[in-house]
Design a binder for this molecule. Structure first.
Ligand code: HEM
Length: 400
């Protein structure tokens, strides 16, 4: 491992992160990387230690990342649970745990299955499609529009909204004024529409998460208007970007591994295991951030107070000391579950929903298609702050 600080967004690392993180786990499991000299924590055991000790590793440091000084308006995600520590985090998270439980999201299965069928039929009619746009973006957008009770006609704007929420954090103060103005306008558009949904649901309850949140608040859960808005924005961003990557990664894996496709076609009961292994193998949510609240130690390395810690799920999920044959995609894998959805108090609220969407997308492809053939060539990966998946995936679908 060289002494200079590697930049995790450098194309040679981002396009193929696994060899890089394997060398980090071996030689420097806790070390500083760029941008910004963050402390990358790469071994499974150390990642778990950080996630299980929120009193030492705070989530509030995220805030600075999404509220840069140049941004003259409030990024609504700064009022969300992702960037809170207890007790605020505990109070607000309890408002939605029931809505997002496995039984809570099961009620969405019929409508998500219908959406998946309509999407696959449309892809088959067009035959040659970009899988990312046609499926990976379309399915979570539709699921979120009914979950949040936002007009389906607005779904095409979701990706731009989500990109703006995270994009402001990686836009420097000296970026072109036009770019900054565009981000502000997109955030204002998002805030305007979600405020309208909140206002409407106050008078007209509906079968959606906004109504659940308002009712939970009315029953004694304390939450300000900003916090409710922050919640909706977080659900939109967290529910779109990562599921989008997961579905893209499922499509890529199915197209590139005809032997997996054949096995899944024969035995659909294996689909949930396929989804779990894609989550472990590729980690659509590559990492999260924490800030140390005092001087502390991880993996034998001393970190100063205020250090920014980059918690690397992408690396922990391939840790050879935890997963046998860690670099092999194994449909028969059993044992330790991956950290794809995090762990501890911030464990992903939407995990049951993400699993449901991925299972239904894959089941529908298996049901309606004979095979998927990807246009040959290297994959173009999207570069986002913490998520990773194919940016485009041209392929041809053959009907069953
Ligand atoms: C493949 C899809 C998904 C992946 C890989 C994923 C991953 C994660 C991870 C790793 C965290 C923990 C972050 C941390 O510890 O700082 C998280 C938190 C969260 N996720 Fe997901 N997520 C996915 C889909 C969803 C969906 C569909 C929703 C909701 C619609 C959602 C809502 C949330 C929320 C609200 C949090 C914050 C929880 C808290 O801070 O207590 N996620 N997600």
């Amino acid at each position: 491992m060289t002494a200079h600080r590697p930049n995790i967004y450098a194309p040679e690392i981002w396009n193929d992160p696994h060899a890089f993180y394997a060398s980090l786990r071996r030689e420097a499991p806790v070390r500083q990387v760029d941008p910004g000299g963050m402390w990358a924590v790469t071994r499974y055991e150390d990642v778990l230690h950080v996630l299980k000790n929120p009193q030492l590793f705070s989530s509030e440091g995220f805030r600075a990342g999404v509220q840069p000084d140049w941004l003259q308006m409030r990024n609504p995600v700064v009022d969300s649970i992702l960037v809170m520590d207890p007790p605020s985090h505990t109070r607000l998270r309890s408002l939605i745990t029931r809505t997002f439980s496995a039984s809570g999201v099961a009620r969405l299965e019929p409508s998500i299955r219908d959406s998946a069928r309509a999407i696959v039929d449309d892809m088959l009619a067009r035959r040659r499609v970009d899988f990312v746009e046609s499926m990976a973006l379309a399915l979570p957008s539709r699921a979120l529009s009914s979950l949040l009770g936002v007009d389906a006609a607005l779904a095409p704007r979701f990706k731009a909204w989500a990109d703006a929420v995270t994009g402001v954090g990686i836009t420097p103060a000296d970026a072109p004024e036009a770019r900054k103005a565009e981000l502000v306008a997109t955030l204002e558009d998002l805030t305007h529409h979600l405020k309208a949904v909140l206002a409407l649901r106050r008078h007209q309850p509906g079968p959606d998460v906004v109504t659940d949140l308002l009712q939970a608040r009315a029953q004694g859960g304390v939450a300000s208007d900003e916090e409710l808005l922050g919640f909706l924005v977080l659900l939109l961003v967290a529910g779109l970007e990562t599921t989008y990557d997961l579905l893209g990664l499922c499509g890529l894996t199915l197209a590139d591994h005809p032997e997996l496709w054949a096995r899944l076609k024969q035995d659909r009961a294996l689909v949930p295991r396929f989804v779990e292994e894609v989550l472990r193998f590729e980690s659509p949510s590559q990492s999260t951030l924490r800030t140390t609240t005092q001087e502390t130690e991880v993996g034998g390395v001393r970190l100063p107070k205020g250090a920014v810690v980059l918690v690397q799920f992408v690396s922990a999920n391939r840790d050879e000391s935890v997963y046998r044959d860690a670099h092999r995609f194994d449909l028969d894998r059993t044992g330790v579950p991956s950290l794809a959805f995090g762990q501890g108090i911030h464990f992903c609220v939407g995990a049951p929903l993400a699993r449901l969407e991925a299972r239904l997308a894959v089941e529908t492809l298996l049901e309606r298609c004979d095979r998927l053939v990807r246009e040959p060539g290297p994959v173009t990966w999207n570069v986002a702050v913490t998520t990773r998946g194919p940016a485009v995936l041209p392929m041809e679908l053959f009907p069953a």
